[in-house]
Design a binder for this molecule. Structure first.
Ligand SMILES: Nc1ncnc2c1ncn2[C@@H]1O[C@H](COP(=O)(O)OP(=O)(O)O)[C@@H](O)[C@H]1O
Ligand SMILES: N[C@@H](CCC(=O)OP(=O)(O)O)C(=O)O
Length: 375
């Protein structure tokens, strides 16, 4: 099977459309452009493909509706613009899908929603209930309630986490360039398009490093490559393609080599481990000695207190912490069995002495391997 066949055969897709595309470079929602996408998406839908849309553009559309020419700097103004613009987005999508008698559903998510296990499971079951009903969920970040510190910030990441959530076959990122180039084409007119790569290929990092982004977009290509790696954790491919290219979705579905296809090449993680890997926020760090790093990365074993040299941060039992080597490189993350104060007491402690040191024994492992994911 050629890699492009993945797109032809996909049964469930997450399609993310960037701000510049949706709002006609900030001039406002372009009904004619939306019409073209919905026409193409409906062909897929009628062929039995389930679709989740991740629609950016609430800030850009809100600015256009409010007559603001400059993107505001203050968070509360951005939030206000997003709240105004989101009305436009949902109206426009619903009206477009209504032409075909299909419904849409608004899903606004925050990072906190996906890092809290219960809320994550609720979001997952809502989406999984909507899809077989033929409804098209339209997802965006819930800008009203997010703080700067804990936001996805870019919808590429949100798209990837949604692809994990619904176990999509693929993530399609539609943007203002025709795909990923070997350097930023805005700055380097001689840049060449990469037709296909493994999502994990480290050479991609250099191609997007220092690259810019559009005036309306938030992530540039770096967040798209990162999103492809996140999506790969649930086995999903990522296609980065030009939303201005005529019939781009139809052509991709026909197996034509449009855009950049980033294929997963790692083992698919089970759903719970994907949830862990998708956490953008950790509560603390455990600094490991070289032996502990080796047994974790090579042996897939649990983390015992004896291999921990230092504990940083304030966390409670059950929260997500990052495991780093002595140079500060993250090797794993996982749900910790002890809170930070207890973990500090256990630094370097052999498992058989835990009860003696703490006065009780909760678990022998500081992080059990079932609660850990390598990064
Ligand atoms: N290697 C690269 N290949 C293609 N585009 C790149 C690259 N590096 C940076 N970019 C920039 O990323 C921009 C797209 O990102 P962004 O503006 O965030 O779009 P979106 O709103 O679609 O998410 C392009 O317009 C381009 O200038
Ligand atoms: N929630 C914001 C997301 C902005 C965003 O990620 O934009 P983009 O980089 O164009 O996908 C909005 O809708 O404006």
């Amino acid at each position: 099977m050629t890699e492009r066949q993945r797109i032809v055969e996909a049964r469930r897709l997450v399609v993310k459309i960037g701000s510049a595309l949706l709002t006609d470079d900030g001039r406002g929602l372009s009904q004619s452009i939306l019409t073209q996408w919905v026409d193409q998406l409906m062909v897929w839908k009628r062929a039995g493909v389930e679709i989740v849309l991740v629609s950016s553009g609430s800030v850009a559309e809100g600015m256009s509706r409010l007559g603001w020419l400059q993107r505001p700097e203050h968070v509360h103004e951005l939030q206000a613009a997003a709240a105004v613009g989101q009305m436009g987005l949902v109206q426009a999508w619903e009206a477009q899908f209504q032409r075909y008698g299909s419904h849409t559903a608004q899903i606004l998510l925050t990072h906190d929603d996906l890092s809290d296990r219960k809320r994550y499971l609720n979001a997952r079951s809502t989406l999984r209930t909507l899809l077989p009903m033929g409804v098209v969920p339209v997802v965006n970040e819930n800008d009203t309630v997010v703080t700067d510190e804990f936001r996805f910030g870019d919808n590429d990441t949100l798209g990837a986490l949604v692809a994990n959530l619904v176990e999509a076959d693929g993530l399609i990122l539609l943007t203002d360039q025709e795909g990923l180039y070997d350097s930023d084409p805005r700055r380097n007119p001689g840049a060449a398009l990469i037709p296909e790569a493994h999502a994990s290929d480290e050479r991609l990092d250099a191609m997007v490093a220092g690259g810019g982004r559009g005036a309306l977009g938030s992530g540039g290509m770096a967040t798209k490559v990162r999103a492809a790696r996140l999506a790969a954790r649930s086995g999903a491919f990522t296609l980065i393609a030009g939303g201005r290219m005529e019939a781009v979705l139809t052509r991709a579905r026909a197996g034509e080599p449009v855009g950049t296809l980033l294929v997963p090449d790692q083992e698919r993680l089970d759903a719970r481990k994907q949830w862990m890997a998708g956490h953008l926020r950790t509560r603390g760090r455990l600094v490991l000695d070289a032996g502990a790093v080796r047994v974790l990365t090579e042996g897939g074993r649990s983390l015992l207190p004896v291999g921990v040299r230092r504990v940083e941060g304030a966390f409670r039992r059950g929260e997500m912490v990052s495991c780093v080597d002595e140079q500060g490189r993250e090797v794993a993350r996982g749900l910790v069995s002890y809170d930070a104060a207890e973990a500090r007491q256990l630094v370097g402690c052999p498992s058989e002495q835990i009860a003696e040191r703490l006065g009780y024994l909760q678990e022998e492992e500081l992080i059990h391997r079932d609660n850990m994911v390598l990064v």
